[in-house]
Design a protein. Structure first.
Lengths: 114, 116
């Protein structure tokens, strides 16, 4: 199994709260990603990072923000959660190359905003 | 963005039968095609992948074929077992901006049920 960890596994919070979803990997991978998985199971890229101090937005517009201060850590923050943010959030990482290596996924955080 | 289409969305087979899932992609720059299996409560796990310089790859009961000209690739599972029941995703690599980075575009998933 890949060494990528997400916490918490489940989170239920009220509208307006600030939350941070944690993601850590011990494989030394430079590239990290956040995908949002909707109830229909489709995966959408919302953020990615090439390495320390690199953050980029993905295809799906998201009100969340990310940071990459350390190679192994790629947290995602929602400043003010809303019910529309209810979803599963999956973190992934990969080695740096020209697109021929797999993404390793964590087990996800299932977020419910009431 | 570029799309990956996956069919069928649900598939039910009897134990011991074969299962086939098909995907098409549109980005001609895609050169890496992994398949993931996602079980309930877990993240997607890589089960097999294929690169654009190869037409077919097999790993025990799982095989993948790639037709770059037609831009489609397929997953074949033989001698299915109940533990093969899960959601399967195909994906195609897509370039990200000019930093030589890439991400994966995923299909919408196939829910496979193998009945004893």
């Amino acid at each position: 199994e890949a060494d990528i960890y997400q916490t918490p596994r489940y989170l239920v919070i009220g509208t307006g709260k600030k939350i941070t979803l944690e993601c850590s990997q011990t494989m030394g991978h430079d590239k990290m990603y956040w995908y949002q998985q909707d109830p229909g199971m489709e995966l959408h890229l919302i953020h990615y990072s090439y390495g320390v101090n690199s953050t980029e937005k993905g295809d799906l517009s998201s009100e969340s923000t990310v940071s990459r201060i350390r190679t192994e850590h790629f947290p995602l923050t929602l400043e003010s959660a809303r019910p529309s943010h209810t979803s599963q959030y999956l973190c992934a990482s990969s080695v740096s190359d020209r697109g021929n290596s797999p993404l390793h996924f964590g087990n996800g955080t299932r977020l419910t905003v009431t | 963005g570029e799309n990956v289409e996956q069919h069928p969305s649900t598939l039910s087979v009897q134990e011991g039968d074969s299962a086939v899932i098909k995907c098409t992609y549109s980005d001609s720059a895609s050169n890496y095609f992994p398949w993931y299996k996602q079980e309930l409560g877990k993240g997607p796990q890589l089960i097999i992948d294929i690169r654009s310089n190869v037409g077919e790859k097999k790993d025990q009961r799982i095989a993948v074929t790639l037709n770059k000209t037609a831009k489609h690739f397929s997953l074949h599972i033989t001698e299915t077992q109940p533990e093969d029941s899960a959601v399967y995703f195909c994906a195609a690599s897509k370039p990200l901006d000019s930093n030589s980075g890439y991400a994966l575009n995923f299909g919408k998933g196939t829910s496979l049920l193998v009945t004893p």
